[in-house]
Design a protein around this ligand. Structure first.
Ligand code: ADE
Length: 236
């Protein structure tokens, strides 16, 4: 998978050099290239924003540097890449979308700042490639960078080979529409708190049933709206 990121803060993405995704990059499973939007300006101040037409507070990112930056990545015609624009006005990011992003060969993230990017950039590229506006959640960040990082991490770990043991992807929160069950390791008693005895029983059937019960119980308490989607269980 190839990931291009356009941002005015390329240094922000240096954390992608470390940990799981850093190893995936070294192994050649994921290629990440950051592009400084200011490199595509032509004035002395390397201006990327201007006041909004129609008035109002804040600044809007100018379309010209975005056009030059994105053309440098996808060419000047149609492209098979998916352009992801992190935006609080986008569709909510979910594990299902992470799976869809993980299946793409080429993702391009356009990280806006200020009051966002001139709408014509999205309108223009929507005529040449697939474009998705995606929101990390119902709150406002200072820009798309943190949201892009979250999406890259969530999708990147689903790329085959990135997580060493693919089974660990199966039994985690949201993969089956439920929250994950609680986990325990040694010692069996810590500060007076015992590990649930069923987990020490060696009975795989009972362990699986207990874990399922814990998933349903947790989900019902914390995220009841998810329960309608749990496969094989009647909604509570
Ligand atoms: N940019 C600013 N806020 C955001 C959010 N909630 N999700 C995605 N991108 C954003």
């Amino acid at each position: 998978m190839r990931i291009d990121i356009v941002t005015i803060f390329p240094g922000f993405f240096s954390v992608l050099d470390i940990s799981l995704l850093g190893r995936a990059r070294q192994a050649g499973l994921i290629e990440v290239v950051t592009h400084d939007l200011r490199e595509f300006t032509h004035d002395r101040h390397r201006t990327v924003d201007d006041t909004p037409y129609g008035g109002g507070a804040g600044m809007v990112m100018k379309p010209e540097p975005w056009g030059e930056a994105l053309d440098a990545i996808v060419g000047d015609g149609a492209s098979d890449a998916l352009l992801v624009v992190p935006s609080p006005a986008g569709e909510p990011f979910t594990q299902a979308i992470a799976r869809e992003l993980a299946a793409e060969e080429h993702l391009v993230f356009a990280c806006g700042r200020y009051e966002g990017i001139d709408q014509r950039v999205v309108d223009h590229y929507a005529g040449r490639m697939r474009v998705r506006l995606i929101s990390l959640g119902d709150y406002v960040l200072n820009g798309g960078e943190v949201a892009a990082m979250a999406m890259i991490e969530a999708a990147g770990r689903l790329v085959p080979g990135v997580v060493g043991n693919p089974e660990s992807l199966v039994e985690e929160s949201h993969q089956d529409g439920l929250l994950e069950y609680p986990s325990y390791t040694k010692p069996a008693v810590w500060r007076g708190h015992e590990v649930p005895p069923v987990l020490l029983s060696g009975n795989h059937g009972r362990v699986a049933a207990w874990r399922r019960e814990q998933q349903l119980d947790r989900t019902a308490r914390v995220r009841p709206e998810l329960l309608g989607d749990a496969p094989g269980d009647t909604p509570a």
